[in-house]
Design a binder for this molecule. Structure first.
Ligand code: FCB
Length: 429
């Protein structure tokens, strides 16, 4: 069990709040959340968990939990309110304080540079559809790398570029809310190019470990062609180029061209030190129709409050496959479940389904690890209930309940369970 870290994950826009404080610029999510109908409960991240002001209290919670690591993201528009150029020292100072407080608590910070909150000023210049945004991202990476790389050992460039590209530009469920496959494919390529350029920038800044966080959904089904297509879409589209294999064949019929320039694939394939794996569920598919001829089949097992099938075996299958195909050190950078938790003044919020979910997924992960998978850590999503993107505050993923009107934090049973589980693992080392 050496080298294994137990942690929890969050992201800036989902928890920080303080949206117009200390010189923070606007992000695409500030603007998107204000579009009528974009967010289920009409909410925004303006206040969220008020973590910007309550980070000390939240670190005390992490300490109580016995976390060894904490994965958070930096808000690009806090650091560079216009996306590039002018640096906002107060923005950097917040993460400086956060990192120092984590280190003081004995918790290793894992930093993600981009968890979806693109500065609005860059969106106005084309956002990820524009190649320039990849360069702007590398500049931002270097600034944060130089400021925090001396204390933060591990940097991830992007969180789930699949969501940024496809949910942001094709299905329109996420910011910036476009519905255009050509825009999505441009965004996908520029996100990856930005990743590659940022890897170089972070190395130049002296950052120790650099990685990338991708979301995966192992695909199951009878129809080979549908399985292959969905597998490319969910699991290979971003990974293959990063591994130096170039893009897989397109999962789309008659796809619009991608803006690949000479040398891009080499930049994208710059070696990284770890792969972050986000896993929530699997996909079951059959042949479908249209641009992306895949049909999703109904779950065979109970689902979470997101409607996502609970399928721990999928995590095991995924880890084994990634170990085989990438031979890279792996971290589970997100895994967890939403359930409709209620708090009525008790000391503990009972969430038996989440306890079972976490236990079964941790067991699946450890089974893979015992069979030789180079798994280095596990981060539960999420430390706190938070702003769940298009679902607003209607979905609760936290192991700690947040009573939004009072901002009180109440550990759920799953937090107590995780705490005991971590303790037991440390003893058995
Ligand atoms: C992932 C996101 C994270 C959270 C979970 C539920 O796709 O990275 O921010 O929303 O899903």
């Amino acid at each position: 069990m050496s080298h294994f870290l137990f942690g929890a994950a969050t992201s800036a826009y989902q928890i920080e709040g303080a949206a117009s404080e200390d010189g923070r610029g606007l992000s695409i999510w500030d603007v998107f959340a204000r579009k009528p109908g974009a967010i289920a409960d009409g909410s925004t991240g303006d206040v969220a968990c008020d973590h910007y002001h309550r980070y000390s209290e939240d670190i005390a919670l992490m300490r109580w939990l016995g976390l060894q690591a904490y994965r958070f993201s930096v808000a690009w528009p806090r650091i560079l309110p216009e996306g590039r150029g002018r640096i906002n020292p107060k923005g950097l100072a917040f993460y400086d304080r956060l990192v120092d407080a984590l280190l003081e608590a004995g918790i290793t910070p894992f930093l993600t540079l981009y968890h979806w909150d693109l500065p609005w000023a860059l969106e106005e210049q084309g956002g990820w559809r524009s190649r320039e945004t990849a360069h702007a991202f590398a500049e931002y990476a270097e600034i944060v790398g130089r400021a925090l790389g001396d204390r933060v050992p591990s940097f991830a460039t992007l969180n789930e570029p699949w969501c940024s590209a496809f949910l942001g530009h094709w299905t329109g469920e996420h910011a910036p809310g476009e519905k255009n496959l050509e825009a999505a494919l441009k965004a996908a390529h520029h996100l990856l190019l930005g990743h590659g350029l940022a890897v170089e920038a972070l190395r130049a800044a002296g950052v120790k470990e650099v990685g990338l966080v991708l979301n995966f959904a192992p695909v199951y089904g009878e129809d080979e062609e549908a399985v292959k297509r969905a597998d490319i879409y969910h699991n290979r589209f971003f990974l293959d180029p990063v591994l130096g294999r170039g893009y897989p064949e397109s999962p789309f019929l008659n796809p619009p061209p991608m803006p690949i320039q000479e040398g891009d694939l080499e930049i994208i394939a710059r070696p990284i030190d770890f792969l972050g794996v986000n896993y929530y569920s699997r996909a079951r598919v059959a042949r479908g129709e249209g641009l992306y001829p895949v049909r999703y089949l109904p779950p065979e097992n109970p689902v979470t409050d997101m409607g996502w099938e609970v399928y721990p075996q999928g995590l095991y299958d995924l880890l084994k496959r990634l170990a085989r195909e990438t031979s890279m050190p792996l971290y589970i950078t997100e895994n967890g479940a939403a359930y409709p938790d209620r708090w009525q003044g008790e000391e503990v919020v009972e969430d038996p389904e989440r306890v079972a979910y976490l236990r079964d997924h941790l067991e699946a992960a450890f089974r893979a690890k015992a069979e030789g998978v180079d798994l280095r850590g596990y981060f539960v999503w999420s430390l706190l209930d938070n702003f769940e993107w298009a679902f607003g505050y209607t979905k609760r993923f936290g192991i700690v309940y947040v009573d939004y009107p009072t901002q009180r934090r109440i550990p759920k049973r799953s937090a107590h369970w995780y705490r005991e589980w971590i303790k037991a693992q440390l003893v058995s080392r």
